[in-house]
Structures are given as structure tokens and as C-alpha cells.
Design a protein around this ligand. Structure first.
Ligand code: NAD
Length: 344
């Protein structure tokens, strides 16, 4: 039986993977630690690895995994910016879960926007204390405002429909426009200058890193709201903090943060957190932070478990890998999957 090492595993992951364990023909070992240069040694004796968004799968980790006989990494997520694909190419196959529930992420995006705007998180705390004052809770109508969507893939498209349900005008920027949908595409500059709310739904890559920076923030309307449920490094956090302090940005809802790796998914409530930018952001009255939880629905966890297990079974059964991604897929899309419908 093939032995699989899971990293950064939480109780909710185990619940859904355990439901399908018996029929999988695989043996699971759950590690709570993240996969990184310090923990990669734990993979000795395993046949495959299951990793998540904040594991650090750099060149060094890839080499050690390879030396340990690992030939497949199953990402139990859609994004894969934390994997060094150049090092993995021709050594370790990387499979992922391309879509487990785009609804989960799009719905959380709207939940964050509504909370930030209507301040229900503050109202909840007040009324629990029998404080029924409304001062400081003024929001604005979403109806008639303009939301700019950066990235119109699976999640972006669903969020567009949700926004339209609220009567928002929607504009979008995507270098690869989807001609099948009815949406007004504009340049990034136009999106920045015309939007009351900007929501990020593109992947993190060299071309999108810090797409929200001092310059693009400077183009935006006074009081703009920024929502990021995609990847933290899409935003230059220090530039965002300055824009919040100067009141250029009226509110920010962040499910992801560029330096989240060592913090998110863990409880630091009894400790001192040394990330001054995050601490200052969290201290702002108009910033809402959730801990990379947009994906966290029952449906998504179920789909993540079943697709990850299928990906692993396909790998070990020498079958085509429909959900494989490689260096060439990422670099220029030149990968034709010509080797038994695998990347190599
Ligand atoms: P997708 O691949 O379906 O869509 C991404 C879109 O971004 C595509 O239309 C693509 O053309 C566009 N894009 C590429 N480069 C761009 C650029 N420079 N500027 C603007 N758009 C660009 O992906 P998806 O399933 O919609 O997911 C989007 C992102 O959401 C993922 O990359 C991931 O980082 C993030 N995500 C977050 C969570 C969470 O829990 N917070 C969960 C799942 C996914």
C-alpha cells in the first residue's frame, strides 16, 4: 500500500480525508507541521506527499523529497505559487485541485465586503454587551456602486454574478478576457480609477506580484474598498497600510496576507506577533482580516479530499494526470502532455 505524508493538516482536513480513506487503497499519515526545509526529512519511507498553500516547497525541499523517493506532490488546493516548478520538472509530478468550490471563495468575498461595509462584526460585539448604539456603524449602499474585478476566471465570474445580484455595476481587467461572458473589460488603470470596490481574483505570478502597489493605489478613488481573497502578495502590504493611514483606501478586507506563511492557520493569541505591518493593519478600524478561510466549506473540503485522492491514485496507477501542472505549463503553456497524457 502506498504511504502518503500529509502536511499542515488540521482536524477538518482529517475528517474529510478519513471519510474516503478505506476505499482509496492508500495509507495516510497526517503531520501538523508545514512542509519546509526543516520538516522535509519526515517524508523518508513515504511514496507521496499532500501539501497545502503555506507549505514552502522550494528547490531544496524538492531535492530532498526526490532523494527520499517521492515522485508526486498532491497540492490539496488550486493555487501553487509556493512550489518551485523549475526544480520539480522531470523529477516530481505536481497535481492539484483546480476547482473544489469557486462558490466558497466568491461567497466569502461577498461576506467580507458586506461585513466591512455594514460593520456587522462590530454590531455583534456591541449587542452582546447590551450596547445598542449605532454610532460609527454607517455603511453605504452597494447598489449602483462600481466594483472592479481583477481576474475573471472561475471565482471572478461567480463573484461577478453575486455582485450583479446586489445591483453593483461590474467592470473587469484580465489580460486573457473571457469572450463568452457579458462583461465590460477595461485596462488596469481604468479599473483602478473607476471602481468604488476592487476585488482580486487572479493567481499570484511574477506579473501579478504587488499588482496593488503605491502607483496603482494612487490611481484609485478616495475611499476605495479593496478585497483580497486570492493571494497575499498581490498587494504590497506596506503601500496598502500607508494608503489606509492617508485615508485613500476606505476599507480593506484581506483573507490572505503576503507574509501569512508562518502565522495563518495557527493560534498566536497568547504570544507576541512580530509582524508590525500585519499588526498595524489589524489594528485599523476599517480593516477586516480572515485567516485564508475563503475555501472553508463542507462542499469544498469534500471535493478537495476526493480530487486529491483521485489524483494520487491516477499517479500510482500510471494513468493520465488531468490535474498535473509543470514548469512548462506555467512558463508559456507549451506543455502538450505528450507523455502518457502527463507533463513528463
Ligand atoms: P482561474 O485560473 O480560474 O482564474 C484566474 C484568472 O486570472 C484567469 O482568468 C486569468 O486569465 C486571470 N489572470 C491571469 N493573470 C492575470 C493578470 N496579470 N491580471 C489579471 N488577471 C489575470 O482561478 P480561480 O479558480 O478563479 O482562482 C483565482 C485565485 O484565487 C487562485 O489563483 C488562488 O490564488 C485564489 N484562491 C484563494 C482561495 C482562498 O481560500 N482564499 C481558494 C482558492 C483559490
Amino acid at each position: 500500500m502506498k504511504r502518503i505524508a500529509f502536511f499542515d493538516t488540521k482536524p477538518y482536513d482529517k475528517t474529510y480525508f478519513d471519510l474516503h480513506k478505506e476505499n482509496s487503497g492508500l495509507e495516510f499519515k497526517y503531520f501538523e507541521s508545514k512542509l519546509n526545509p526543516d520538516t522535509v526529512g519526515m517524508t523518508a519511507g513515504f511514496d507521496g506527499v499532500v501539501a497545502f498553500v503555506n507549505d514552502d516547497i522550494n528547490a531544496d525541499v524538492i531535492d530532498k523529497l526526490y532523494d527520499n523517493g517521492i515522485r508526486v506532490i498532491a497540492m490539496r488546493c488550486a493555487g501553487y505559487n509556493n512550489v518551485n516548478f523549475k526544480s520539480a520538472y522531470k523529477k516530481i509530478h505536481i497535481v492539484r485541485v483546480p476547482a473544489y468550490s469557486p462558490y466558497a471563495v466568491a461567497e466569502h468575498t461577498m461576506a467580507m465586503l458586506l461585513t466591512l461595509n455594514r460593520k456587522t462584526h462590530k454590531a455583534y460585539n456591541r449587542t452582546r454587551d447590551f450596547n445598542f448604539s449605532l454610532s460609527g456603524l454607517v455603511g453605504f449602499d452597494l447598489h449602483g456602486k462600481t466594483v472592479g474585478i481583477i481576474g475573471t476566471g472561475k471565482i471572478g465570474k461567480i463573484f461577478i454574478n453575486i455582485c450583479r445580484g446586489f445591483g453593483l455595476n461590474v467592470i473587469a481587467y484580465d489580460p486573457y478576457p473571457d469572450k463568452t461572458i457579458d462583461i465590460e473589460y477595461v485596462s488596469l488603470k481604468e479599473l483602478c480609477s473607476h471602481s468604488d470596490i476592487i476585488s482580486l481574483h487572479c493567481p499570484l505570478s511574477e506579473s501579478t506580484r504587488h499588482i496593488i502597489n503605491e502607483e496603482t493605489l494612487g490611481l484609485m478613488k478616495e475611499g476605495v474598498y479593496i478585497i483580497n481573497t486570492s493571494r497575499g502578495a498581490l498587494i504590497d502590504s506596506e503601500a496598502l497600510l500607508e494608503a489606509i493611514k492617508s485615508e485613500k483606501v476606505g476599507g480593506a478586507a484581506l483573507d490572505v496576507y503576503e507574509e501569512e506563511t508562518d502565522l495563518f492557520f495557527e493560534d498566536f493569541s497568547g504570544e507576541i506577533v512580530y509582524d508590525d505591518v500585519l499588526s498595524r493593519l489589524i489594528s485599523m478600524p476599517n480593516v477586516l482580516v480572515t485567516s485564508h478561510q475563503a475555501f472553508l466549506t463542507k462542499e469544498a473540503l469534500e471535493n478537495i479530499a476526493t480530487t486529491t485522492i483521485d489524483n494520487l491514485k491516477d499517479f500510482f496507477d500510471d494513468k493520465p494526470l488531468a490535474n498535473e501542472v509543470c514548469y512548462n505549463c506555467n512558463k508559456n503553456g507549451s506543455c502538450k502532455k505528450e507523455h502518457k497524457e502527463r507533463c513528463f
